[in-house]
Ligand binder design. Structure first.
Ligand code: ATP
Ligand code: PRP
Length: 208
């Protein structure tokens, strides 16, 4: 049995065509089902539906053989323990700093609100900027509006969320897309099944 970890929502929706081309269609729809393990039209493949940030953890510990996760999440998790053989080019966005429109960033120590604590920490450290990183779990855009931080590190796609809150994107940290990740032991033990699936995903990607 191959277990693939995917998060509900945007990544699941965008990963579906890859899965379907490999003959993997979930029997139940995760939008309506409360099941966390989904059987599929392939007897040898099941999906586990989890939080986006939990995908690398499940794959690292071998609770899932493979997973699909955003590069933002992999960067923050520290993905040395996983193979990352394929960029699926889905759920594309940018990891950026953002701040209040037209507000100068203070010269000395700055406060940065983000859920990407490690990534933000190393980004500012590399620039030699003293930053106090404040961990949030969502709605980062609120932080500059209420004086919690001067700057945020968050994902930007259309820029509409920033604009709606009088914020503007500043520096690009990294272009983000979702990657296929594979558990290192599974890559050896289930090599044939994983290699075949990888080829099928690559084939779907090549047709785009
Ligand atoms: P969690 O459930 O752990 O809080 P989440 O709410 O961030 O995760 P999603 O919003 O579905 O989950 O985001 C999952 C992934 O999709 C992100 O890690 C990122 O790689 C990508 N992503 C997030 N926001 C966007 C966006 N606006 N446009 C494109 N891709 C995005
Ligand atoms: C993500 C991200 C930004 C927004 C950016 O949130 O955290 O808030 O998308 O997209 P935009 O530039 O197109 O406005 P998401 O929509 O996933 O909501 P969330 O807060 O539930 O993660």
């Amino acid at each position: 049995m191959l277990t693939i970890a995917v998060s509900k929502g945007r990544i699941y929706e965008e990963a579906l065509p890859f899965l379907e081309e490999a003959g993997i269609t979930p029997i139940d729809d995760p939008k309506t089902s409360r099941k966390l393990i989904l059987s599929t039209t392939r007897e040898d493949v099941q999906l586990v539906i989890i939080r986006a940030t939990d995908v690398p953890t499940f794959v690292e510990y071998g609770a899932a053989d493979m997973g699909i996760a955003g590069k933002d999440v992999l960067l923050e998790h520290g993905a040395e323990s996983l193979y990352e053989p394929l960029d699926l080019g889905i759920a594309k966005c940018r990891l950026m700093t953002a701040a209040h429109k037209d507000a100068p960033i203070p010269k000395g120590r700055i406060r940065v609100a983000t859920k990407y604590v490690k990534t933000a920490h190393s980004y500012f450290a590399n620039l030699g900027i003293q930053a106090e990183i404040i961990k949030l779990y969502g709605s980062m855009e609120l932080a500059p509006l209420v004086g919690l931080a001067e700057c945020i590190v968050d994902l930007v796609d259309t820029g509409n969320t920033l604009k709606a809150n009088n914020l503007e994107p500043r520096e690009l940290i990294m272009n983000i897309s979702s990657r296929l990740v594979v558990n290192k032991a599974a890559m050896k033990m289930k090599n044939k099944a994983i290699a075949t699936l990888l080829e099928q995903f690559e084939h779907t990607l090549a047709k785009r």
